[in-house]
Ligand binder design. Structure first.
Ligand code: NAD
Ligand code: FE2
Length: 382
């Protein structure tokens, strides 16, 4: 079977890159833009860094900010109505995964109205048309939603987070500017950064991984491994590293999928509104232990990318070293070790396991999973 790679048409990197939004919007003759963002980003003046540029350039726009973290079906439906009322023809998404994912869902439904119920977009939906053109400006360094063909929406009624995979949703332009991320508090920097590390490790070991994506994921692990502690300390070099590292991971995992860390993290988001990065970070070392025997020599390269000298180590030793390096990084950036510390309830573990088993990401895990094996991992992590 052929391997497929889908990436942005154009992407920009580096502190100050955000000014490219104006050039791109003009070059692409956008006549009316809907800026999709969230209320906190408006409040902290992050969205302003983009809207100021649009105003100065005389580009007409409206703002839609009814996006909640772990965005819901209702947020998306609301956004579609606002897009239509604004008579917009394009979207500039300014935010983390939540704002960018909402923007993708809005853009898909506007051009594929038969999916207006939102929930029918779950999995690989057969949309006929590319979404409205999106310029994505990430403000967190984690999800890489600016370069992925996925978006994740929460069905509040059914208490489920569902993943949508659709090449039609990819933003045409990504503007990855570490200055947009500099206002992130420590905890958010750590959580989103550990999401990026999880993408890199799950993408590297997922069933569909191949040489080209291995190259991206290993590089991402290396960049994130050396940058995350510094980013949490708000060091500009660390911020730049994380902005790039999370994007490189996105180039990979978007094209090959993830594994059961994400499968198990999604129900935590749906049940308890757990921040996505925290859910992944707590689960990652436990799932690595579960997967180790099914990953050949890959944990050796993970350990090395994380800065461990593996010379003289046998397989068991380098596998343990990879998990230890991940645990240490997680600890250093202040992530709790156990699910019980982040509000997970023991009596929910069975229901969480059933939901995780049904998640789109779980099928990509290198070691096969059952509801029972997932429950065991949850218990260990509890
Ligand atoms: N599309 C994908 O491929 C993909 C991949 C992984 C995760 N996700 C999804 O993305 C969502 C999580 O996104 P996220 O982790 O980026 O967080 P988020 O977008 O949910 O944002 C979390 C909070 O951080 C605030 N924030 C964001 N940037 C900030 C900044 N620069 N300064 C201060 N505050 C800021 C937001 O206002 C919000 O309150 C989840 O729903 C997850 O499932 C999507
Ligand atoms: Fe993620």
């Amino acid at each position: 079977m052929a391997n497929r790679m889908i990436l942005n048409e154009t992407s920009y990197f580096g502190a100050g890159a955000v000014s490219a939004v104006v050039d791109e919007a003009k070059k692409r003759a956008f006549s009316k833009i809907l800026v999709v963002t969230d209320p906190d980003l408006l409040k902290f003046g992050v969205t302003d860094k983009v809207t100021k540029l649009l105003t100065e350039a005389g580009l007409p726009f409206d703002v839609f900010s009814n996006v909640k973290a772990n965005p819901t079906v209702a947020c998306v439906k609301d956004g579609v109505e606002v897009f239509k009322k604004a008579a917009a023809d394009s979207i500039v998404a300014v935010g983390g995964g939540s704002a960018m994912d909402t923007a993708k869902a809005i853009g898909i439904i506007v051009n594929n109205p038969e999916f207006a119920d939102v929930v029918s977009l779950e999995g690989v939906a057969d949309t006929k048309n590319p979404c409205v053109p999106i310029i994505a400006v990430p403000t967190t360094a984690g999800t890489a939603a600016e370069v992925t063909i996925n978006y994740v929406i929460t069905d509040e009624e059914k208490k489920r987070k569902f993943v949508c995979v659709d090449p039609h949703d990819i933003p045409i332009v990504a503007v990855v500017d570490s200055d947009m991320m500099s206002t992130m508090p420590k905890g958010l920097t750590a959580a989103t950064g550990m999401d990026a590390l999880t993408h890199a490790i799950e993408g590297y070991t997922t069933l569909a991984a191949w040489e080209l994506t291995d190259m991206l994921h290993l590089k991402a692990i290396e960049i994130i491994g050396r940058s995350l502690r510094k980013a949490v300390a708000n060091d500009p070099e660390g911020r730049e590293g994380m902005a790039l590292g999370q994007y490189v991971a996105g180039m990979g995992f978007s094209n090959v999928g993830l594994g059961v860390v994400h499968g198990m993290a999604h129900p935590l988001g749906a049940f308890y509104d757990t921040p996505h990065g925290i859910a992944n970070a707590v689960l990652l070392p436990y799932v690595m232990e579960y997967n180790a025997e099914y990953t050949g020599d890959k944990f050796k390269y993970i350990a090395e990318a994380m800065g461990v000298d593996t010379s003289g180590m046998d397989q068991q030793a380098y596998r343990k070293a990879a998990v230890d390096a991940v645990r240490q990084l997680s600890k250093d950036v202040g992530i709790p070790e156990k699910l019980r510390e982040i509000g997970v309830k023991e009596e929910d573990l069975q229901a969480l396991s059933e939901s995780a088993f049904a998640d789109v990401c779980t099928g990509g895990n290198p070691r096969p999973c059952t509801v029972e094996s997932i429950l065991e991992i949850y218990k260990k992590a509890f």
